[in-house]
Design a protein around this ligand. Structure first.
Ligand SMILES: [Zn+2]
Length: 173
C-alpha cells in the first residue's frame, strides 16, 4: 500500500516531467508549476495536493493513466520503480500488472542527460525531525521513570547491594 507521502512524491516526480493532473473540479488538466521552490514544495504544488486530499483523490488522476489517486491510496496498489525509466509507477498489489508506466507517451523520457526529478531537500526540516524524535524519546523516558520511580529505584539499589555483597564475598574468599 502506498502511503500519502509516497503518492505525493509520485505526483511531484511526474509533474516535474510535465505530466498534468486531472482534478475533479477542474475542467482541464492542471500542472502546478514550479513543483519545487528552494528546499521545499512550491505553494502551487501544496495547493494542488490539498485539493486532491480534500476529495480523497476521488476522480483525480495523472493525465494518460486510468488509476485515480484514491485508488493509489487504497491497499490494492503500491508504487514501484519503472523498469524502463526508474520513475515511481503504480502496480496492483495482487494480480497482473496490467498498467503501463506514465512514461509511455513521453517521447523524450527516459533521458539520462538531464537531472532526474527529485524531492525537495530541506536540511532545516530534517534537523527538526531529528530534534522531535529526540524530544519524544526524552519525554517517554521521563514518563517511565516517573511512573515506576520508587520500584525502579528500589530494585536498582537492591541489585547494587547484591552485586556489592557478591563482590565482597569474592574478595573475602
Ligand atoms: Zn517508465
Amino acid at each position: 500500500m502506498a502511503s500519502k507521502q509516497d503518492v505525493r512524491e509520485y505526483l511531484a516526480y511526474w509533474f516535474q516531467l510535465g505530466k498534468k493532473i486531472v482534478l475533479r473540479n477542474r475542467r482541464s488538466p492542471f500542472l502546478p508549476s514550479p513543483v519545487i521552490q528552494g528546499d521545499r514544495y512550491s505553494q502551487e504544488f501544496e495547493d494542488c495536493w490539498r485539493d486532491i486530499l480534500a476529495v480523497d483523490g476521488q476522480d483525480c488522476y495523472l493525465e494518460g493513466t486510468d488509476y485515480t489517486i484514491a485508488e493509489l491510496l487504497s491497499p490494492s496498489w503500491q508504487l514501484e520503480d519503472c523498469a524502463r525509466c526508474e520513475m515511481p509507477v503504480p502496480l496492483p498489489t495482487s494480480g497482473m500488472p496490467a498498467e503501463v508506466c506514465p512514461c509511455y507517451d513521453l517521447a523524450l523520457w527516459p533521458n539520462h542527460e538531464v537531472p532526474r526529478p527529485r524531492s525537495p531537500v530541506s536540511s532545516a526540516s530534517h534537523l527538526t525531525g531529528i530534534r522531535e524524535r529526540l524530544e519524544s524519546v526524552e519525554s517517554s523516558t521521563e514518563d517511565e521513570i516517573d511512573e515506576d520511580s520508587p520500584q525502579t529505584t528500589d530494585s536498582f539499589s537492591n541489585q547494587a547491594i547484591e552485586e556489592n555483597n557478591h563482590t565482597n564475598s569474592l574478595v573475602s574468599n
